[in-house]
Design a protein around this ligand. Structure first.
Ligand code: CAA
Length: 417
């Protein structure tokens, strides 16, 4: 990538080294075991990768969202599960960066940056997925703190994580200030991991239900110290995090393309390697073009967040939907190129397809991303209307069906008769 700067390339090299030395050789083992890969987590921590997105004043490396995406891409290229096992820590800690008090930042961010504390993000519930505002977990004011009751669903990293960013209802009667976020530690009495999901893909990272039974938290654990800003913190977080899921899709697509290139050069049919056949070549060429288009969009969306551009919300949604749809398409085509062998678990490629599927669903389904993009387009329309309106003919067209032309025609007909 000629336009990456030295810092971007440094993170790319570091992540690629860990991915090739540690992640790829262990990917199959943890996919089969469906267990958290602590040895991989240690390697990521040792390489300093947990500090990428955390500012230097809080013990991090002060990298950009683009640096983070580059690291996620490299890890996901070797294993999609490890990609999310790593980037879910960014998702969990972005609410702290977006909305925490200085004290909360100083307490938690250095430990997360060092890889000493893992973190998870608890927003979704059984009945509140895409409609995140309708969540029901309640946090009732009680003396100098709150008492939390209810359940969360789809908590990625749950059980492994030490800290949980938990979104709960603090004011059921308010429309826009209903939700607040809390920082809840593992081991807090009443806070437990419930059902551990058995998943199609990303099997090395746990996805669980979390259960809250009279969990008492202090006001100091309320994110930002003020109730009612939880939904804003969640939405700001998802804007920052969505390019990361896009990068996961990008890495999966790139990794699958590479396997398909190597296998199609080796596999002989009709006396020739299958990559000499035009139909396979067309597939490979389309896959490569789609991967590259996804890469440009992921990097551009990350840069728009780093530069705090007004288009960042739209760009993050576009990158997430395009790169993860690309991941699904390219990994499926890669399985096709492997033929019957590609469908078998002995071969590495079917795992890419399984890992890719969830990227179209979590951190906002791709239907939600399209909704976010479309809402942005509707807002942008006002500015364009003045410029373009006069160039678009009205449905009533002069000389054909406009009232003046029709009246003139009628007048001529009456005069003639
Ligand atoms: N940044 C900051 N604030 C924002 C915002 C943003 N990007 N988008 C909206 N808001 C604010 C609005 O300004 C509005 O504020 P006021 O009430 O003060 O006016 C408020 O939030 C409500 O906004 P909307 O009316 O637009 O909200 P909505 O209910 O229509 O929802 C949505 C919009 C985009 C559909 C949103 O609900 C959404 O993103 N849903 C998907 C949730 C999601 O991604 N869940 C996945 C969770 S993580 C996961 O998958 C598990 C894991 O561990 C990996």
């Amino acid at each position: 990538m000629p336009f990456l700067n030295d810092q971007n390339r440094m993170w790319q090299d570091k992540a690629r080294q860990v991915a090739e030395k540690v992640v790829r050789p262990l990917a199959r083992k943890y996919d089969l075991l469906q267990e958290y890969p602590w040895e991989i987590k240690e390697a990521l921590a040792e390489a300093g990768l947990f500090g990428v997105w955390i500012p230097k004043e809080y013990g991090g490396a002060g990298g950009s969202v683009l640096d983070l995406c580059i690291v996620i891409e490299q890890l996901s290229r070797a294993c999609g599960g490890v990609g999310v096992m790593y980037c879910v820590n960014a998702l969990g800690s972005f609410p702290i960066l977006v909305g925490a008090t200085e004290e909360q930042k100083k307490t938690w961010l250095p430990q997360i940056a060092a890889g000493k504390k893992l973190i998870a993000f608890c927003l979704s519930e059984k009945y509140a997925g895409s409609d995140a505002q309708s969540l029901r977990l309640e946090a009732k004011k009680d003396g100098d703190g709150y008492v939390i009751n209810g359940e969360k669903k789809w908590t990625t990293n749950g059980g492994a994580a030490d800290l949980y960013t938990v979104f709960a209802v603090t004011d059921p009667n308010s429309k826009s200030r209903r939700i607040s976020a809390f920082l809840v530690e593992k081991g807090t009495p009443g806070f437990e991991v419930g059902k551990v999901e058995d998943k199609m893909g990303i099997r090395c990272v746990p996805v669980v239900e979390t259960v809250f039974k009279d969990v008492r938290v202090q006001t100091s654990q309320l994110l930002g110290g003020q109730p009612g800003y939880g939904f804003h913190h969640a939405m700001g977080t998802l804007d920052l995090a969505r390019p990361g899921v896009a990068a996961q899709g990008l890495g999966l697509a790139q990794g699958a393309l590479e396997y398909a290139m190597v296998y199609s050069a080796r596999r002989q049919q009709f006396g020739s390697p299958v990559n000499s056949f035009q139909m396979i070549q067309q597939m490979l060429a389309d896959m490569a073009a789609q991967v590259e288009a996804a890469r440009q969009l992921v990097y551009a969306s990350a840069t728009s967040l780093d530069k705090k551009l007004p288009v960042a919300n739209k760009m993050a949604a576009m990158a997430k939907l395009y790169a993860t749809d690309t991941a699904m398409k390219v990994t499926t085509d890669a399985v096709q190129i492997f033929g019957g062998y590609g469908y078998m678990r002995d071969y590495p490629i079917e795992k890419y397809m399984r890992d890719a599927k969830i990227t179209q669903i979590y951190e906002g389904t791709n239907q939600v991303q399209r909704l976010v993009v479309a809402r942005n387009l509707v807002k942008e329309t006002a500015a364009l209307t003045q410029l373009l309106e006069s160039y678009i003919p009205r449905e009533i067209q002069v000389g054909y069906n406009d009232p003046a032309t029709l009246a003139a025609q009628k007048q001529q007909e009456t005069a003639a008769s």
